[in-house]
Write a protein that binds this ligand. Structure first.
Ligand code: NDP
Ligand code: OXD
Length: 324
């Protein structure tokens, strides 16, 4: 039962080594960093499982005996949005990563950025650069409302961590949710009430037609304006396709947003000429909020394959019609 690591932009080597360490009896093939398979095409007939990150559609189309497609990320837009998703994949289940390691990394990023804005990280860095000792007025966490868009695996965990830090946390999702300590809203009707209370808006949404371009001028202008941080703050670690970079740049420049942290962008890597790079109230990270670690996640996938082969149902299946 051959496994193929089909990744573009990532090195396959660390995944292959870890998979072989955990399952030495299995054959593991890999693509180059360009996502292209350089081996004998005949070998692809034995491939039953693919571990994918931005896989090439032609490569997927040539896998006639594929049984499960595993996304190496929590998001699956990199598979579902392929310009030509092969028809051979129609009946192949797609499973995504849900793992404590990935979840903890995301909550770490969210807590880091929320605290950075809450504790006035940019202002303190400016004062330090000026060698200027000045005490800034600091609100308590309980005076700040963090609104989380997306109450899935990652959003719920981040909410729990932020509640523990003392923030007032509210959440928004597509369908109704109950999360301890969090006031929740859902759908179109709850959206404006949710936005109007958010001092810090965190997006952990998947990219779907409904979330594409959602974080735009209109959304930003509906955030709470009179909170204790001197204006609303935006943090996006979901997908760049959910935001309009130019609207965020304009809002940061004219004060509609007091600050922002972006881990994801409409175009990645963020082009050097993007005006976002020059904004002093924006914290940029290169899509690393929660990286997929071969050490942790290869174990997760090998366990899934072993359970699947012993007749147990696959976990964390994606609904292609829903888009996540
Ligand atoms: P889940 O599928 O567990 O959760 C998605 C959440 O988004 C659900 O609560 C869902 O609502 C909500 N949602 C989806 N569509 C809408 C909509 N139209 N309106 C309102 N809410 C909506 O995903 P995860 O929490 O595991 O991951 C979330 C995303 O984070 C991934 O899809 C990926 O894009 C991103 N990510 C980014 C990383 C990074 O490093 N920057 C790393 C890992 C993930 P409902 O529950 O009602 O269905
Ligand atoms: C993911 C990501 O989806 O890293 O896991 O973006």
């Amino acid at each position: 039962m051959t496994i193929l690591v089909a990744v573009s932009g990532w090195e396959a080597g660390p995944w292959v080594r870890r998979l072989q360490e955990l399952a030495p009896q299995r054959r593991v093939l890999e693509t180059g960093i360009d996502g292209v398979f350089a081996g004998d095409p005949v070998d692809l007939e034995d491939v039953r499982y693919v571990l994918a990150w931005k896989p090439h559609p032609e490569l997927l189309a040539s896998l006639t005996n594929l049984q499960v497609l595993f996304s190496l990320g929590a998001g699956v837009d990199h598979i579902l949005d392929l310009p030509a998703l092969p028809s051979t994949l129609t009946d192949v289940p797609i499973a995504r990563i849900v793992d404590a390691d990935l979840t903890a990394r995301m909550s770490e990023y969210v807590a880091w950025q929320v605290l950075h804005h809450h504790r006035q990280g940019f202002a303190h860095a400016r004062l330090q650069a000026e060698h200027h000792w000045q005490e800034l007025k600091q609100p308590a966490a309980g005076e700040v409302t963090v609104g989380i868009m997306g109450l899935g695996v990652l959003g719920r965990d981040a909410a729990e961590v932020l509640c523990r830090l003392g923030f007032r946390v509210i959440g928004w999702s597509r369908t109704e949710k109950t999360v301890d300590g969090v006031v929740t809203y859902h759908g179109k009707t709850g959206f404006d009430v949710f936005l109007g209370q958010s001092d810090i808006l965190v997006s952990l949404l998947p990219l779907t037609p409904a979330t594409t371009g959602l974080i735009n001028h209109s959304l930003i202008s509906r955030l709470k304006r009179d909170g204790p941080l001197g204006g609303p703050v935006l943090i996006n670690a979901g997908r760049g396709g959910s935001q309009i970079d130019a609207d965020i740049a304009a809002a940061l420049a004219d004060g509609t947003l007091a600050g922002a942290s972006l881990d994801v962008f409409e175009e990645e890597p963020l082009p050097p000429e993007s005006p976002l790079w020059g904004l002093t109230n924006l914290a940029i990270t290169p899509h690393v909020a929660a990286v997929s670690s071969p050490k942790a996640l290869a174990r997760n996938i090998i366990d899934q394959i072993t359970a699947f082969e012993s007749g147990q149902p696959l976990q964390n299946l994606v609904d292609p019609a829903r888009g996540y």
